[in-house]
Write a protein that binds this ligand. Structure first.
Ligand code: ATP
Ligand code: MG
Length: 342
């Protein structure tokens, strides 16, 4: 049976287009697929989490109020995007204590030198070289615990998480080797071909991120139509005439082409043909309209859930009950394998 696990950090109140096109879009496709499979042969599981413990590693510490409200907002972003609590277990990470317990166990088999060479660690510690926390170093260990606690087989994430999934597979191997017992599956990454890495609107060489200090760098799912138009208008381009896809030499235009292609359903080749001799401003109008067609319906649903917060709190409570049932049972089995008295 298939078990799918994934999550996003509540490092900001809204998800952005990179989160949506790089990960959420696949979550929704898998949700439909698994629901169909479950009708014929039940037992496949889908587990999506708001990973609040991960967000404690953020460079800029969130205030208690922010963290609390961001967590609820990210849950709202999931629901508004189409995540259906009837089909998936949707919960907040810190409400399932076993994530932290399994992280400690994995910390004791994870390689310190490997962790210190991980790309995300190196990038995120650059911006805060004064005080790098142990938590930031240990981020991939917590992620391995998230995935393996449910013995997940598939993990739909963006391209920036590929190295962490490989790390998770190494944890599986070293656990089996250390304790001489096979227990975990080797999880596989699921990533989208066309949008596994959406880039910043201000710099086509770095990925779009919640934690980028510039709001102009990203389109958030809560942005109004006017904000989307303004951000695309101000997005970086180059001085080469016409529109063409060339990641090496034209990263900014290429990023806009990718975004326009996945949001409109028109292939990059067809967009190139159509806008080849047109001005940037014509192309940018098309890009904004095509983003708006995706974001507007989600934004409207976000507004609905924000006005009906109680529904969301109840969904998270129910989700954490279901997640805890699986997690507590699996953690017991893991403790038995290790010899931890319980
Ligand atoms: P932060 O800057 O706080 O790390 P983030 O924008 O990177 O935030 P995460 O919560 O770390 O978002 O990641 C959530 C999911 O979104 C992950 O599956 C990640 O791979 C994916 N993702 C994040 N940014 C992008 C992007 N620019 N393109 C495609 N996928 C992305
Ligand atoms: Mg991230």
């Amino acid at each position: 049976k298939v078990t799918v696990f994934s999550g996003m950090q509540p490092t900001s109140a809204a998800l952005h287009l990179g989160n949506y096109l790089g990960a959420m879009d696949n979550w929704l496709k898998i949700q439909d697929l698994i629901a169909k499979h479950n009708e014929v042969s039940p037992g496949h599981k889908l587990i999506f989490s708001i990973v609040d413990l991960h967000s404690l590693t953020a460079t800029k510490t969130l205030s208690p109020k922010e963290l609390h409200s961001n967590t609820l907002s990210v849950a709202i972003n999931y629901l508004a995007s189409g995540i259906d609590p009837q089909k998936v277990i949707l919960f907040n990470q810190s409400m399932v204590a076993a994530h932290s317990e399994l992280t400690w166990i994995f910390n004791c088999i994870a390689s310190f030198s490997k962790l210190s060479t991980m790309v995300q660690f190196k990038e995120k510690s650059k911006s805060n070289s004064q005080s790098i926390s142990n938590g930031l170093l240990s981020y991939p260990v917590l992620m391995a615990a998230d995935i393996l606690l449910y013995r997940a087989t598939h993990v739909p994430v963006g391209d920036d998480q590929t190295q962490h999934i490989e790390f998770t597979r190494e944890i599986v191997n070293s656990f089996h080797h250390t304790y001489k017992k096979k227990y975990f599956p080797l999880p596989t990454i699921i990533s989208s071909e066309t949008s596994k890495r959406i880039m910043s609107l201000q710099d086509g060489r770095v990925k779009m991120s919640k934690s980028d200090p510039s709001d102009l760098s990203r389109i958030s799912l809560t942005d109004t139509d006017e904000m989307i138009q303004m951000k695309i208008k101000k997005s970086k381009t180059d001085s080469i005439i016409g529109i063409s896809y060339d990641i090496q030499n034209r990263p900014d235009i290429s990023n806009l082409l990718s975004i326009a292609s996945v949001t409109s359903g028109v292939s990059i080749a067809d967009l190139e043909k159509e806008f080849k001799d047109k001005q940037n401003s014509h192309f940018k109008d098309f890009v904004s309209q095509s983003i708006i067609s995706k974001v507007k319906p989600i934004r409207e649903k976000i507004n609905y859930y924000q006005a009906n917060e109680k529904i969301v709190r109840d969904i998270l409570l129910e989700g954490s009950d279901k997640a805890n049932q699986i997690a507590i049972n699996n953690l017991k089995q893991i403790k038995d394998i290790i010899g931890l008295y319980h």
